[in-house]
Write a protein of this length. Structure first.
Length: 211
């Protein structure tokens, strides 16, 4: 993985969020403010533009940090601060490395998840993006530790993220706007966990494209 991989990842996220904007909004309308799709679309459109203006020599970590800063400044609601923190923490964890391997990616993603947990105080089972990101990272790490190549490990991570998002349906929300609904939040898939799964799937495609 290198600088071009991060560019490809953020481009893939932008495209995927745009394609799923209405779906994410529908999910959020059921248990939130109904603006998740619009906010994420606006944010990653801004990220794509910000990264496109960067010199090709900018290391991956710096690009992720820029992505995080851009999301904080352009996305409303909880998504901007949470994803902004995730990408900034991931970027800082990578430092100035120009080339990344699978273990570097695990370290970066775990740093990002730690930032999300710290900021949002959410734990597994609270019906948030943590329920998608956590299983994805563990699946990625487990596959790499078993000797699988990065592309295969990311496929496992994507499947785990998607399963994690679906597993939020029967949960009662304990964090965010959805928590105000109490038991009425049960039966709805969490929009944040859903967009997290889209972002992991975009990472998988970016790595395959840039390998």
């Amino acid at each position: 993985m290198r600088t071009t991989t991060i560019h490809a990842w953020m481009t893939a996220v932008e495209e995927s969020v745009k394609d799923h904007r209405d779906y994410l909004t529908q999910l959020d309308a059921a248990i939130g403010d109904g603006d998740h799709g619009v906010n994420m679309d606006r944010g990653f459109n801004a990220v794509a533009k910000a990264l496109a203006a960067q010199d090709g020599a900018v290391p991956p970590g710096k690009l992720l940090t820029l992505a995080g800063k851009t999301l904080v400044s352009t996305v409303g609601g909880a998504s901007g601060p949470l994803w902004g923190t995730a990408f900034r923490r991931a970027g800082r964890a990578l430092g100035d490395k120009q080339e990344l391997d699978g273990q570097d990616l695990v370290v970066a993603l775990r740093a990002g998840l730690d930032g999300v947990v710290e900021l949002g105080a959410a734990q597994p089972g609270d019906k948030t993006m943590v329920d998608s990101l956590g299983p994805a990272i563990e699946a990625l790490a487990g596959a790499l530790d078993s000797g699988e190549p990065l592309e295969v490990a990311l496929s496992a991570a994507t499947e785990a993220a998607e399963s994690g998002a679906k597993a939020t349906v029967p949960l009662q929300a304990r964090k965010g706007r959805a928590s105000y609904l109490g038991e009425r939040s049960i039966g709805h898939q969490d929009p944040g966990a859903t967009s997290a799964a889209l972002i992991m799937a975009a990472l998988q495609r970016a790595v395959e494209q840039d390998s």
